[in-house]
Design a protein around this ligand. Structure first.
Ligand code: UDP
Ligand code: MG
Length: 335
C-alpha cells in the first residue's frame, strides 16, 4: 500500500444488537487485518439486552482504539449507523457488521482505491451463496424494481452498508435532514466518485441474524416509497384504463339493446365490476396512506435516535477535525 497521508485516521462504524458472541472475534480479526493502519472502532450499542454493554465497556478500558455510543433503546440498524457516522472522527469511515460477514481484510484494498481518487468504495458481493434462494431472488427483484422506479438514483447491485466513505461523503450524509433513512439509497443519492471491490460474503461468524422476511419486506418497501413517487402515478393510469374499458363496455350494451333488442343479463357482471372497483380503490387509498404516513412522520421532526452515553476513542485525527454536523436530527442526551 502507498503511504497513508499524515494525520490519517480510519473509523470503523459498527452497530451492535445483542452480539456478545461476535464482539471478541470481531476485535481480534480487525486488529490483525488493520495492522499498521491508524484506526478507531466505534461500536453503537443499539439497545442490547445481553452481555454486549459489559463487553463494550471492557473493550473501551483495555483498547485505546475503541469508542462506544450507547443508544437509549433499539432504534434499528439504519439509525445506529447514523449515530456512528456522527461520532466517527476519521478521514475515511467504513460501516461494517460485527458478525464478520463484511471481512475487514478487504479494507486495505478499499483504501488503495481511495488513495487513487475514489470517494466511495463499495464492497459488492460477487455471490450470495450464504443467502437462501428466496433471499437471492427477492434481492434481485428489489434492485431491478428500485433502479427502474427511482430515476437517476441507481443502487449499486449487491452493495450493502459495507463501503469506504470519504469524509466529504460522510459530511454530505450527515447534512441530510430526513428522518426516514434508507441508507443504501442515500449513499447513491449523494453521489461522489464511486468504485467497487468484489468479495464473497461468508455466513455469520457467531450469533443470530436480526432480520426476518417481514422486516426485509418492510425495508424494501421503505426504500421504494422514500425514493419514488411513481407508484402514486400508476393509479392515475390504472383509473384511466378501467374507465376506458367501462365506457367501451357501456357502448356495447347500448348497441345490443337499441339495435338488436337484446337485454344483457346484469347480476354477475355487476357484482364483478363493483367488487373489482372496490378492491382497486382500497389499494389506491392504502398507497396514498403510505405516502401520507411518511409525510406525517417527517413532520414530527423527532430526532433519528437518542444517545444515552458516549465514550469516544482517544485517537483523534488532528487535521481532519470534523465540522459540527448541522443536522438537527441528532440529539445527545448526554455527551
Ligand atoms: N443491528 C443493529 N440493530 C438492529 C438490528 C441489527 O444494530 O436493530 C446490527 C447487528 O448487530 C449487526 C448488523 O446490524 O452488527 C447486521 O445485522 P444482521 O447480521 O442481523 O443482519 P444480516 O447480516 O443477517 O442482514
Ligand atoms: Mg449479518
Amino acid at each position: 500500500m502507498q503511504t497513508l497521508p499524515k494525520e490519517f485516521l480510519l473509523s470503523l462504524v459498527v452497530p451492535v444488537l445483542n452480539e456478545a458472541e461476535a464482539i471478541p472475534l470481531f476485535l481480534r480479526r480487525t486488529q490483525t487485518a488493520l495492522e499498521g493502519i491508524p484506526h478507531e472502532v466505534i461500536f453503537i450499542d443499539d439497545g442490547s439486552t445481553d452481555a454486549t454493554p459489559v463487553l463494550l465497556a471492557e473493550a473501551t478500558r483495555t483498547n485505546p482504539h475503541v469508542g462506544v455510543v450507547t443508544l437509549a433503546r433499539n432504534f434499528g440498524k439504519e439509525a445506529a449507523l447514523c449515530a456512528g457516522l456522527a461520532a466517527a472522527q476519521g478521514t475515511v469511515v467504513v460501516p461494517l457488521d460485527v458478525d464478520l460477514q463484511d471481512p475487514p481484510e478487504l479494507i486495505p484494498t478499499m483504501l488503495q482505491q481511495w488513495q487513487q481518487g475514489s470517494q466511495m468504495v463499495v464492497a459488492v458481493r460477487t455471490e450470495r451463496a450464504s443467502d437462501g434462494t428466496f433471499k437471492r431472488v427477492t434481492a434481485a427483484w428489489f434492485y431491478r424494481l428500485f433502479n427502474r422506479l427511482s430515476g437517476n438514483v441507481q443502487l449499486v447491485k449487491n452493495g450493502g452498508d459495507f463501503r469506504l466513505l470519504d469524509r466529504a461523503v460522510v459530511n454530505a450524509l450527515l447534512s441530510l435532514p430526513e428522518r426516514t433513512r434508507f441508507l443504501k439509497g442515500l449513499y447513491a443519492w449523494v453521489g461522489f466518485t464511486t468504485t467497487t471491490v468484489g468479495y464473497e460474503r461468508p455466513p455469520r461468524a457467531a450469533g443470530h441474524t436480526k432480520w426476518n422476511t417481514r422486516k426485509l419486506l418492510n425495508y424494501a418497501l421503505e426504500g421504494i416509497f422514500s425514493f419514488s413517487t411513481l407508484p402514486l402515478r400508476v393509479w392515475s393510469y390504472l383509473g384511466l384504463i378501467i374507465a376506458t374499458c367501462a365506457f367501451v363496455y357501456g357502448l356495447h350494451v347500448v348497441v345490443q339493446v337499441l339495435l338488436f333488442g337484446r337485454v344483457v343479463p346484469g347480476y354477475a357482471s355487476l357484482i364483478v365490476a363493483v367488487s373489482f372497483m372496490g378492491g382497486i380503490q382500497l389499494i389506491g387509498i392504502g398507497l396514498l396512506g403510505e405516502y401520507l404516513g411518511r409525510t406525517y412522520l417527517e413532520s414530527k421532526q423527532r430526532p433519528l435516535y437518542i444517545v444515552a452515553r458516549q465514550s469516544l476513542s482517544i485517537l483523534k485525527s488532528k487535521t481532519q477535525a470534523r465540522p459540527k454536523a448541522k443536522v438537527k436530527g441528532q440529539t445527545k442526551a448526554a455527551a
